[in-house]
Design a protein around this ligand. Structure first.
Ligand SMILES: [Fe+2]
Length: 390
């Protein structure tokens, strides 16, 4: 059990601080296994979270073999906080992320790239209020931040409140898209949009001079508290997340007149379905595509009770449902010999709601039918994210 520090500074650092001491690794920060990332020169399994702390895992035994942070790549990358999700370009091997030291006044965000050889460089620095961000968007030419207005008020943390209690939508503040050149660095353009909140970007690409960014969207950050166990087990409201596409129009033209105005981004709902922990075929990242797969709610019955496949062009939804099961994030594994976008399988963890057991399911991603199941002799609750490697 963590001891609550007495001093205000201690409580603030406690919010991001260590939980236990490992005899080999020293202080081991809590909650570092939200995401599993492949990092240049550092192997395929690196567990990370919002803090600038990474645990390198042995892919065979899953044991922690190293603990480090992004300053391993460059002394400039020494900030305390980092987005949970960096973005890896599977083709070039480049990795992109953003980090910051939170400040009660203005926070400076550092967007960086690590190339396939492990060489890191800063692409842009942006100052703004302290906002919660979970993931970036990456296209062939740009890396894009969606900043605010879910603001983290540091003073509640000083009073011992939780991170989720300290997050509120800043009034009268739109969300700001910051478009950065992913090769040369520098801010190319900015757009604004009405307030929203989200965790995950499931694809982004350029098309006809516009930038498309596809995300799972909430209207505000109340979801952070709606996901508390007390709320969910007592039947409290949990906002329905929807898949949307933002369009940042005419990037070349906007870049040319960047300093004089901030144009508007538009958006549309891709389908009338709840969709989170969404994924596309790895072959379609940063490219126009047709299908996205994710966890859904079986037509509003209960979140995580179905796996949905959404055709983003038509809005048609195909679902897989297994009664009395709670699903984790589906992971798309392409068919090595398949040419169609949806040729492949979804690997999904399914918790039995009534028994002390789980199962690992393999679904045909084209037909959305089950093709294999491995029953597990224990309860294995679905976590946030996973990874598939051969
Ligand atoms: Fe996440």
């Amino acid at each position: 059990m963590r001891q609550r520090p007495e001093s205000a500074f201690g409580r603030l650092m406690h919010a991001f601080g260590p939980l236990t001491k490992d005899p080999k690794l020293g202080d081991v920060p809590f909650n570092t296994s939200v995401t599993l990332e492949k990092l240049p020169t550092r192997g395929i399994l690196n567990a990370s979270t919002d803090a600038n702390v990474i645990h390198k895992l042995d892919p065979e035994t899953l044991r922690v073999t190293d603990r480090y942070d992004f300053s391993y790549f460059s002394p400039e990358l020494d900030k305390s906080m980092c987005l949970s999700h960096g973005t890896l370009d599977d083709v070039t091997g480049e990795y992109f992320n953003c980090m910051a030291n939170y400040s009660p006044v203005k926070t400076e965000y550092t967007v960086f790239r690590i190339d396939s050889s492990g060489k890191a460089n800063v692409l842009a620095k942006v100052k703004d209020f302290t906002y919660y961000m979970h993931s970036l968007a990456l296209t062939k030419s740009y890396v894009i931040m969606a900043m605010g207005p879910a603001q983290i008020d540091l003073f509640p943390l000083l009073r011992g409140k939780s991170f989720t209690e300290a997050c509120e939508m800043r009034p009268n503040t739109p969300t700001r898209f910051v478009v950065i050149n992913r090769q040369s660095g520098g801010i190319v353009a900015e757009y604004e949009h009405e307030q929203f909140f989200n965790f995950h970007t499931f694809n982004a690409f350029e098309q006809d001079g516009d930038i498309m960014i596809d995300r799972s969207l909430f209207s505000d950050c109340k979801i952070l508290q709606e996901l508390w166990i007390d709320n969910m087990t007592q039947g409290g409201n949990v906002a329905r997340v929807k898949p949307v596409r933002f369009t940042l129009p005419n990037i070349a033209d906007v870049g040319a007149r960047y300093s004089t105005s901030m144009p508007k981004a538009s958006f549309r709902v891709l389908a009338d379905v709840a969709l989170e922990f969404a994924t596309v075929s790895p072959r379609k990242r940063e490219r126009p595509y047709h299908y996205v797969f994710g966890v859904s709610d079986n037509d509003g019955k209960q979140f995580s009770s179905s796996i949905a496949k959404v055709n983003v062009d038509t809005g048609i939804v195909t679902s897989y449902v297994l009664p009395q099961r709670t699903f984790g994030e589906p992971i798309f594994v392409p068919d090595p010999s398949g040419n169609e976008e949806d040729a492949g399988c979804l690997v999904v963890l399914a918790l039995d709601d009534l028994k002390d057991s789980s199962a690992l399911l393999v679904l045909d991603a084209r037909a959305m039918t089950e093709v294999a199941r491995a029953e597990l002799p224990m309860r294995l609750p679905p976590s946030f994210h996973g990874a598939f490697h051969t």
